[in-house]
Ligand binder design. Structure first.
Ligand SMILES: Cc1cc2nc3c(=O)[nH]c(=O)nc-3n(C[C@H](O)[C@H](O)[C@H](O)COP(=O)(O)O)c2cc1C
Length: 241
């Protein structure tokens, strides 16, 4: 494999046009997060209302919008980061995504109140029953499926236990090595995830802004991803990797 760096999703920012500015730089371009049902669309509008960027795409326009965005990225793999509460309502949109993108990434990471109040986003990390009800149906799409997860929201031991219960349904873990109160990633947590999911593709994420940190994370992951570093243009090191 050539480049081992993935563009991480940033709501309201990472769409097709954004990706086009970084043609050839990334192995996977993650777009979204996108809302696939009424509950998450309304939550997204409320988040926007308090000044945060979001992709609040009207649901009636979503199918043509997403095909257009995916088609803009003809220079790398495309992963689509998604959130929804009602999988049956979201399923036709997931099907469209599965027909055009390379990977579906389920957002089990969002900590915005409007989303966690619905019991989704990072709440999915502890609600295995809801997570598995989503994954059983996503599995039927027969598309590579990644879970975007956040470390240290729940204990790593519990996280591993919960993800092990649904391991048959996903192909990869996109791991934000969030370390509360620290300005560096939780590498030990990533190592434990790597050891517990040897058969899965692991994308290590969080605060990668240098070649040294990239190499450190790649000890325990197949790929690494960046979000804020792209906005700050701290990406020179990628060319040296
Ligand atoms: C403005 C912004 C929006 C984000 N939106 C999403 C999102 O919609 N879905 C998601 O899974 N992660 C989202 N993230 C999290 C990033 O993908 C990434 O996990 C996090 O920023 C840590 O990586 P970094 O240190 O490289 O920025 C967002 C991050 C930022 C800064």
């Amino acid at each position: 494999m050539g480049c081992k760096v993935v563009l991480a999703p940033m709501a309201g920012i990472t769409d097709g046009d954004f990706c086009k500015k970084y043609r050839g730089l990334f192995y996977i371009y993650t777009i979204g997060g996108y809302n696939l049902d009424k509950a998450t669309y309304l939550a997204s509008k409320r988040i926007e209302g308090r000044g945060r960027k979001e992709f609040s795409i009207p649901l009636k326009d979503f199918d043509s919008y997403i095909v257009n965005e995916i088609n803009k990225i003809d220079f790398g793999l495309v992963s689509v980061n998604v959130r929804f509460l009602n999988i049956d309502e979201a399923l036709p949109r997931l099907k469209i995504i599965s027909e055009h993108a390379d990977i579906i990434e389920l957002n089990c990471h969002c900590r915005q109140r409007e989303i966690t109040e619905l019991g989704i986003g990072q709440e999915l990390l502890r609600n295995v029953k809801l997570l598995s009800s989503f994954l059983e149906k996503l599995y039927s799409l027969d598309k590579p499926l990644f879970l975007k997860i956040r470390l240290n929201y729940i204990e790593t031991e519990e996280l591993i236990k919960n993800l092990s219960l649904v391991r048959e349904y996903f192909d990869g873990l996109h791991v934000d090595c969030f370390y509360p109160g620290k300005d560096y990633p939780d590498i030990e947590g990533l190592k434990r995830i790597r050891e517990s999911f040897e058969d899965k593709t692991i994308i290590g994420n969080n605060s990668i802004t240098s070649l040294e940190r990239a190499k450190e994370m790649l000890k325990y992951s197949n790929l690494i991803s960046v979000a804020r570093a792209v906005l700050k243009n701290k990406i020179d090191w990628i060319y040296k990797l």
